[in-house]
Design a protein around this ligand. Structure first.
Ligand SMILES: [Zn+2]
Ligand SMILES: [Zn+2]
Length: 383
């Protein structure tokens, strides 16, 4: 525990600070390092936890006295309360300050306990997957996908109660949906096990959903996919997740997009790359060539003296950006195409060209068939 900071130092208060001073020092730090205002900031989370821990000890007379006398060692083997997560802190302190009447966590975190309870009762989000062709991804489309999700039970309309039966306030938690459990020095608020957080129970449950209020079902949902989505894009379909009983909000469905590789185009963000083969003559003399685009054919001018690998840009012929709606470009990459077979006239011209350019070329070769014939005639002579 040598690396643990002094609790008074953490809160920046004097050793004889009053409870009020300790409370307001903690409040300031909790606001400053609150995860909502420091997203993805590990250091802030650590500071937030450190402050919560210091406050946990110094706001409790007995613990503070032990800490004053023995330091961290006075607080047991673990050296004081350990919050493994920010959620733990909410749970512990949400309970300590009471659920109602302006506890500091209510004012700090906008409704504290009640909001979290609501969130936990909201229907779960679900996932579906859709695979598209590049053409579909580029212009957008709508797809019907099949999902399995909890839907409201039609027999009881989500109440979980048998016909005629009514829900009664849960005895265990007094209808709050949460119970406070003491675990050592911590008081932890958890979902009520008797009513699963709903705050009410029913004596004769609905037989179709066994009182759950929801039943698993296979459904088809329509996914509208905006133009410009890319491989890995996630589209949210609001309110198409799992239903939640007792009138709580339905979850969302997240559609994960895959885009198949295209035979002709390669996508680089909003740009498309197409590679076109040109002959030596076209590179040297220039040419006008037809280049495929997503919408058809575009005439592209290749100037004389173009080098292999040179890229020509067709503005706006790429994919539209899913956020801005602006189109990327089509990048036409040139590469030289070497014919595998040439005619006798072509060969003669190329040899003439090589001579003019004073470059060394391989001597005229016999054709493959001739070589084969030669091979066999040699073999026959051997026998
Ligand atoms: Zn039911
Ligand atoms: Zn309960």
């Amino acid at each position: 525990m040598a690396d643990k900071r002094d609790y008074y130092e953490v809160l920046g208060v004097a050793r004889d600070a009053s409870k009020g001073v300790i409370g307001s020092a903690y409040r300031k730090l909790a606001i400053k390092f609150h995860p909502d205002s420091n997203p993805d900031n590990e250091e802030a989370v650590e500071k937030f936890k450190e402050a919560a821990e210091a406050y946990e000890v110094l706001s409790d007379n007995e613990k503070r006295a032990r800490y004053d006398q023995y330091g961290h060692a006075g607080l047991g083997g673990s050296g004081g309360p350990q919050f493994s997560s920010v959620e733990d802190i909410f749970e512990a302190f949400g309970g300590m300050f009471g659920g109602s009447g302006g506890g500091i966590f209510d004012s700090l975190f906008g409704g504290g306990g009640a909001r979290r309870q609501e969130r936990s009762r909201r229907g779960a989000d679900i996932r579906c997957d859709v695979t598209l062709d590049l053409e579909e991804a580029a212009v957008g489309c709508s797809k019907i996908v099949e999902v399995t999700r909890n839907e409201l039970c039609e027999s009881c309309d989500g109440s979980g109660a048998a016909p005629g039966a009514v829900r009664e306030s849960c005895v265990r938690c007094g209808g709050r949906g949460q119970v406070v459990q003491s675990a050592g020095i911590l008081r932890v608020q958890t979902t009520c096990p008797a009513c699963q957080g709903s705050g009410s129970t029913v004596a004769s449950p609905c037989v179709d959903c066994r009182g759950e209020g929801v039943v698993p079902r296979q459904s088809e949902i329509k996914v509208n996919i905006p133009a410009g989505v890319d491989d890995g894009t996630r589209v949210r379909i609001s309110g198409q997740g799992e239903a939640s009983p007792h009138g709580a909000a339905t979850g969302d469905c997240y559609c994960f997009i895959r885009v198949r590789e295209h035979k002709v185009f390669e996508r680089h963000d909003d740009h498309l790359v197409v590679r076109i083969p040109l002959t030596y003559a076209q590179f040297v003399l220039g040419a006008e060539v037809d280049v495929p685009t997503l919408n058809g054919i575009e005439l592209v001018t290749i100037p004389a003296g173009t080098q292999t690998g040179e890229i020509f840009r067709v503005r706006g012929a790429g994919v539209c950006n899913v956020h801005t709606g602006r189109h990327g470009d089509l990048l036409v990459e040139t590469r030289v195409e070497i014919p595998a077979k040439i005619s006798v006239e072509q060969e003669a011209l190329l040899r003439q060209l090589a001579e003019l350019e004073k470059t060394e070329v391989a001597p005229e070769r016999k054709s493959w068939m001739e070589s084969i014939k030669e091979f066999f005639s040699v073999s026959e002579e051997d026998e």
